[in-house]
Design a protein around this ligand. Structure first.
Ligand code: ZN
Length: 211
C-alpha cells in the first residue's frame, strides 16, 4: 500500500527562522519607502516563489508544473477583486497520461508581496498539491462538491497555521497597504471587508459542522 504523501514537518522551523527575519525588514520598508518596496517585490516575485517552493519535497512520481501569471482580463483588477484566484489542479493521473499537477499563482494579487507575505499562499497551494496526489479522483470532484471543497480548504488553511502567525499578518498588512497606495482609503477598506467575510464564513461553517 502506498503511504499518504505528507509535507515534511521539519521544514517549518527552517522556514520560520529564515523568513521571520525578513518580516522585520519588510515592516521597516513598508514604513519608509513603499514605492520601492512594491517594485522590488515584483522584480523578485519569480525568485521568491521559486525559493519558497524549493523547501518542499513533492510527492513521488508526480510532476509539478508551476505557473506564475495573470488572467487576460482587459480591465483594471485589484487584490480584492474576484478574478484573482490562484489554484492547484490535476492535469493527468494515469500511467498513460502521466501524473501531472499544475500550480498557478496569480500575479495580480501577489506580485507586489514580499517573500514572507507570499508564504501563506504558497503553503496553502502546496497543501492542495499533496491532497491532489493523495487521491486524484476525489480531488478532481472538488469543483462540483462544496462539502469536499470546504474540507480541503480548511485543511490547506490549517497547514498555513502551522507556521508563524506573523506571515499571515504580513500578508494582510501588505495587501491593505498596497490597496491604500493604489486606491486610497476606499480601496484599503475593501480588501479587509472581503477577507473578514471569508474568515467569518469559514468560522460559522466550522461551528455548525461541530454542533
Ligand atoms: Zn485553496
Amino acid at each position: 500500500m502506498e503511504t499518504k504523501p505528507e509535507i515534511e514537518e521539519n521544514i517549518i522551523e527552517v522556514i520560520n527562522n529564515k523568513y521571520l527575519k525578513q518580516v522585520k525588514k519588510a515592516r521597516f520598508e513598508i514604513k519608509n519607502d513603499r514605492k520601492n518596496f512594491w517594485n522590488k517585490n515584483s522584480v523578485n516575485f519569480r525568485n521568491n516563489i521559486k525559493n519558497l517552493i524549493s523547501f518542499f519535497k513533492f510527492p513521488e512520481k508526480w510532476n509539478i508544473s508551476i505557473v506564475a501569471s495573470r488572467f487576460l482580463l482587459d480591465k483594471h483588477t485589484m487584490p480584492y477583486d474576484k478574478d484573482v484566484w490562484s489554484f492547484s489542479d490535476v492535469v493527468g493521473a494515469t500511467e498513460n497520461q502521466g501524473f501531472d499537477i499544475i500550480l498557478f499563482f496569480n500575479k495580480t494579487d501577489l506580485e507586489f508581496l514580499s517573500a514572507p507575505a507570499l508564504l501563506p499562499i504558497v503553503v496553502h497551494e502546496v497543501k492542495h498539491v499533496f491532497q491532489a496526489a493523495e487521491n486524484p479522483v476525489r480531488y478532481a470532484k472538488v469543483t462540483i462538491d462544496d462539502e469536499l471543497s470546504k474540507k480541503y480548504e480548511e485543511e490547506a488553511d490549517g497547514e498555513v497555521r502551522k507556521y508563524s502567525e506573523e506571515f499571515r499578518k504580513e500578508n494582510v498588512l501588505e495587501k491593505i497597504m498596497y490597496c491604500y497606495d493604489e486606491e486610497g482609503w476606499k480601496g484599503a477598506k475593501k480588501w479587509p471587508i472581503i477577507y473578514m467575510k471569508k474568515q467569518n464564513m469559514l468560522l460559522e461553517e466550522a461551528m455548525i459542522s461541530r454542533c
